[in-house]
Design a protein around this ligand. Structure first.
Ligand SMILES: [Zn+2]
Length: 377
């Protein structure tokens, strides 16, 4: 159970209440993302005085084994800061491929929680208490959460796009509660947060995974997150938890009804009164200690990651294994045992990389890792 400091909770509640009463939150949220984009653009241009380029671009990664040390990059792959070498680029390529395969079918609120790092979930439970939907337009909800005590801002802005929203609006039959649940709460979505953790750790992964909302990040996080582990920051996690709650179902159902009965495509804002009421409600639930904590289902997540990493159904997998075996026999016959051994080595390396990524996401323990690793030798 997460320990919550009462002072933290009270301060967060007060800050958000003041925010609602004082300002145009829509404009503030927008300007956060605009200035982040502007900053990124400036850094991306590079500084001619700097000898090391900051961003490792797709073009650099593409070079892989043909990479010649024309630029010096640094990485923390292997847990210490050192120069990027050719092997790293190949590892980066593989990490990207693995990730792209993993997210081919998109991501849902539940999966965001299940695939997040325990570190982020803990922080979310201990520091981020409230998330409220400020407004909605064309299926994109602008949420506000509190910031942690240590942050230099008092609130964060999270945008979530519900990919099935538009089709529900246009649906010619009545919308059932079941459809809202299935298509919105448990449906595919895209998201972004204005915080540093999302910007420097997760925006790239979201871009590659195809579930990023807003600016596409093309720079590989070689220093902050070379394993491409994790999915969401503590603010996004709080928002996902809220999306899975009855309060959100109520909110989104009301919005859908408005959209279907009045003009569609308008920005629909919640009033200050509605927002304050919702903030107070969330505050009281936590204060009375009847809140549900954010928790991931490790077993389901592990299964999901393995399934995604395999990305085959059983028949296809058997077929692939058969093909690999045949190819191996052919190579052994034509090019000798050494060439065949090389292929086996490569297959083992691929399996190892899947294990590395499971370990980095803390979905398997170091003991499990060691156990499975023996199988790849
Ligand atoms: Zn965040």
């Amino acid at each position: 159970m997460a320990e919550i400091e009462p002072d933290r909770l009270r301060a967060a509640h007060q800050h958000l209440r003041q925010k609602v009463e004082q300002s145009d939150l829509r404009a503030q949220g927008k300007s956060r993302f605009t200035s982040e984009t502007q900053q990124r653009k400036e850094v991306g241009k590079g500084d001619s005085k700097l000898t090391e380029p900051t961003f490792l671009r797709p073009q650099d990664i593409q070079k892989g084994v043909t990479y010649d040390v024309e630029k010096v990059f640094y990485t923390t792959l292997g847990n210490e800061i050192r120069r990027v070498n050719r092997d790293d680029l190949v590892a980066f390529q593989k990490n990207i491929e693995l990730l792209q395969d993993q997210y081919k079918r998109g991501i849902t609120a539940k999966q965001v929680i299940n695939l997040s790092l325990p570190f982020d979930i803990k922080k979310s439970n201990e520091q981020i208490f409230m998330a409220v939907p400020l407004s909605i337009k064309n299926g994109v909800v602008h949420f506000m959460t509190n910031a942690s005590k240590e942050s230099n801002v008092t609130e964060h802005h999270v945008n979530v796009e519900f990919l099935n929203y538009q089709s529900l609006i246009l649906q010619p039959t009545a919308i059932t509660a079941d459809a809202v649940k299935k298509k919105l709460m448990y449906g595919k979505l895209k998201f972004e947060c204005d915080c540093g953790r999302h910007t420097y750790w997760f925006r790239y992964i979201a871009s590659i995974g195809g579930y990023g909302f807003g600016r596409i990040e093309e720079g590989y996080p070689k220093l902050t997150n070379p394993h491409l582990a994790g999915v969401a920051c503590k603010h996004v996690l709080r928002v996902m938890h809220y999306i899975l709650s009855p309060a959100f179902t109520q909110y989104i159902t009301k919005q859908l009804q408005k959209e279907r009965s009045k003009q569609a495509g308008q920005r629909r804002k919640q009033t200050d009164r509605q927002l304050i009421k919702e903030l107070d409600r969330q505050f009281e639930i936590i204060e009375s200690k009847t809140n549900k904590v954010i928790a991931r289902n490790d077993k389901a997540a592990q299964r999901e990651m393995m399934r995604r990493a395999n990305n085959y159904n059983k028949a296809k997998q058997r077929e692939a294994e058969k093909r690999q075996k045949q190819e191996l026999e052919k190579v052994a016959k034509e090019q000798g045992k050494d060439a065949a051994d090389k292929i086996i080595q490569k297959q083992k390396q691929d399996a190892l990389r899947t294990l590395d990524s499971l370990l980095a996401s803390k979905l398997i323990t170091p003991e499990q890792y060691a156990f499975y690793k023996r199988g790849t030798k």
